[in-house]
Design a protein around this ligand. Structure first.
Ligand code: HEM
Length: 394
């Protein structure tokens, strides 16, 4: 066995969750297409190859038979291709267009962020993931989706449990049971709402999903609405909060960048993009090989499940200059919102959900800094975020 095969065989899920970046670096250099037994996936880690996977859905389908996402959520737009995916996406895309989002997002997000800021400001310090980043993210999307009466703790619990199932590549029954219970709870809670919306459309995204007639094909059935709502709960609720936490952590540990952003707030958007590149919150695009093909000289058999690792592509030194540096002036498109036909449907909304709460936080707390006594620990490889973000602002 070669030393890189021995290395790949020795990688554990815990290693990946703790810090996948040194692992990705070694794989990019020595085995850019490499089977990792612990997650039962072949990881594709270079920028060029990750793009190749996205450009060829006929070779690398999103319809992954063993997908933990399908197992947890049911068939959804992220696990089908072509016309079927477009049919589902057509029901949410109109509400997610950049100009449309710019029209409604500030009015939804700012009051929620302001309310949470007002609650934490007098404390002089605290943990920001649970008190700010995640609740602002879930409540903003809850409101856009039309789940306005679900409280932040319930929404956070749902996405945490669904994410456990969605990233359960190792098929851990304990994780799956938690995810399945949350999935059943979403059904119980949302089905009566769908029954009402069927009679009384209310302009929310959930209502649009039920009523929009896609150009090609049938309207979505209620089970389809539920599966795709769960996808949005998982990705859309969790990720902007995680991205906000990552952007905040990145700025707080780079005081010179933070000072620049404070002095020139127009640099904030670039800082957010760089944070998304630097520590991408969504790690991979999982796909299944449809026919015998090759990537980087490695032959892949039909049925092989691959993970095109966005977080690694975003760190590939073959594409980026000094990728390990957090540089808010960096230019060039990153891959954090995915590539190809499944590029994030909520990217525009997500950017508002990160930028606005970050801007307000920096404006309101001029002495904001990391709490030196409680170092930040990040975790996750499929979904990565600070476990906690302790800061002081007295
Ligand atoms: C910073 C926050 C976010 C990040 C980093 C992110 C990242 C991603 C990535 C990488 C994908 C592609 C996955 C793949 O191809 O396997 C994706 C897809 C998707 N995202 Fe996001 N996302 C974010 C926020 C959101 C929000 C707010 C929504 C709410 C609507 C959303 C909804 C979706 C949907 C529905 C898909 C599936 C699209 C399709 O299959 O056509 N995401 N996202």
């Amino acid at each position: 066995m070669s030393s890189i095969e021995t290395f790949a065989g020795s990688i554990t899920v815990a290693d990946l969750e703790r810090d996948p970046f040194p692992i990705y670096r070694r794989l990019r250099d020595e085995a850019p297409v490499c089977h990792v037994p612990a997650v039962e996936l072949t990881l594709v880690t270079r920028w060029e190859d990750v793009h190749h996977v996205a450009r060829h859905p006929e070779l690398f389908t999103a319809d992954v038979g063993s997908s933990p996402l399908t197992r947890t959520l049911g068939q959804n737009m992220l696990t089908v291709d072509g016309g079927e995916q477009r049919r589902i996406r057509a029901t949410i895309d109109p509400a997610m267009r950049p100009r449309v989002v710019a029209g409604y997002a500030p009015a939804v997000i700012e009051p929620i962020a302001e309310r949470h800021l007002a609650a934490i400001e007098p404390d002089g310090g605290g943990e920001l993931m649970a008190t700010y980043c995640e609740p602002v993210s879930v409540l903003a999307l809850g409101s856009v989706m039309g789940l306005g009466d679900a409280d932040a703790d319930t929404l956070r619990r749902w996405f945490g449990a669904l994410a456990l199932g969605g990233s359960n590549f190792e098929s851990d029954p304990g994780k799956q049971a938690i995810a399945d219970a949350a999935s059943a709870e979403v059904d119980d809670r949302v089905l009566p709402l769908l029954d009402r919306l069927e009679q009384e459309p209310d302009g929310s995204v959930l209502s649009d999903m039920l009523h929009t007639q896609p150009p090609d094909g049938e309207r979505l059935s209620k089970p389809e609405v539920l599966a795709n709502l769960k996808l949005i709960l998982l990705g859309g609720m969790q990720e902007p909060g995680h991205a906000l936490g990552i952007a905040l952590w990145a700025l707080l540990q780079h005081p010179e960048a933070l000072a620049e952003v404070r002095a020139q707030p127009e640099l904030l958007d670039g800082a957010v993009e760089e944070a998304l590149r630097w520590h991408s919150p969504v790690g991979t695009q999982t796909r299944q090989v449809t026919e015998r093909t090759e990537i980087a000289g490695v032959t892949l058999r039909p049925g092989t499940v691959i993970a095109a690792v966005l977080a690694s592509a975003n760190q590939d030194e073959r594409h980026w200059q000094q990728p390990e540096r957090f540089d808010i002036h960096r230019t060039g498109a990153h891959a954090a919102f995915g590539l190809g036909a499944h590029h994030c449907a909520g990217a525009s909304l997500a950017r508002h959900e990160v930028r606005l709460p970050l801007r307000l936080l920096l404006e309101r707390l001029p002495r904001l800094r990391l709490d030196a006594e409680q170092p930040v620990e990040l975790s996750g490889w499929e979904f990565r975020a600070p476990l906690a973000l302790h800061a002081r602002w007295d």
